[in-house]
Ligand binder design. Structure first.
Ligand code: URA
Length: 239
């Protein structure tokens, strides 16, 4: 059981303060009974909660797929720059939303935004072998030697270790390469390519596990994941 003000604010319907106003004005009912006190408790999974005539569709957690555009920070908030959370439409906004993993400011593509810390951790922990697929544009032709370096794994001079990557060259001119890794170290893809002898000029994330970016989503747009899509992230075929 949870307080009504907490339930309503957790679903992005209103702030806690506004919940008190909604209740005292008689606009909130639980199982058919008007509840005037926002500190009254209800079970959001079982009780029928109606706000201003509309039944609450309670979701404990929310999972949003975003096609991240370039120029936006993967952060929850920033004083000076626009963040991916600023791009989330009001209808999906709620307390505690954060990007599950960071893409660089100039990186585009699949980003999962959620308020579920455990699932984000499962997605990001290298132990769980959830591979992330990136498409990188390079400033030079991709060679067999570069492939060998990336597939072997890399140790930088500062001791940073990058595990072996899966690599596929996907353009006839050999300057576009898809790379899959299950870690998410700082600037990892760019640093791996740099070590192999190429600079990354464009970078887009195409998939997390077996969940691929919806190609109908324009850059900057988002939509909710289905339960099936959420499960695809952890689909073991990818491991
Ligand atoms: N690796 C990078 O270098 N940048 C990203 O944004 C993601 C992975």
């Amino acid at each position: 059981m949870e307080r009504l003000d907490k339930i309503l604010s957790s679903q992005g319907i209103c702030t806690r303060k506004e919940a008190h106003k909604l209740c005292s004005s008689g606009k909130v009912s639980v199982n058919g009974a008007i509840i005037k006190k926002a500190d009254a408790k209800a079970d959001p999974e079982k009780d029928i909660i109606v706000i201003d005539g509309i039944q609450l569709e309670y979701r404990k957690y929310i999972y949003i797929m975003m096609n991240k555009p370039a120029g936006v920070l993967s952060a929850s908030n920033d004083r000076n720059a626009e963040t991916v959370i600023d791009l989330v439409p009001e209808k999906y906004k709620r307390d505690g939303l954060f990007p599950a993993g960071r893409l660089d400011k100039d990186t585009t593509g699949l980003l999962i935004i959620t308020d579920d810390g455990d699932t984000a951790h499962r997605m990001l922990s290298p132990k769980n072998h959830v591979y992330k697929l990136y498409k990188a544009g390079l400033d030079t032709v991709f060679t067999d030697n570069m492939r060998a370096v990336l597939e072997k794994g890399i140790t930088l001079d500062d001791g940073t270790v990058y595990k072996p990557a899966r690599v596929k060259c996907v353009s006839d001119d050999r300057t576009t390469v898809e790379l899959e890794i299950c870690e998410g170290k700082f600037h990892q893809v760019k640093k791996m390519f740099a070590f192999s002898g190429a600079n990354v000029t464009t970078l887009k994330r195409l998939a997390v596990g077996n969940l691929f970016l919806d190609d109908k989503l324009s850059e900057g747009d988002c939509r909710l994941l289905t339960d099936f899509e959420l499960a695809m992230i952890f689909d073991s075929n990818n491991n």
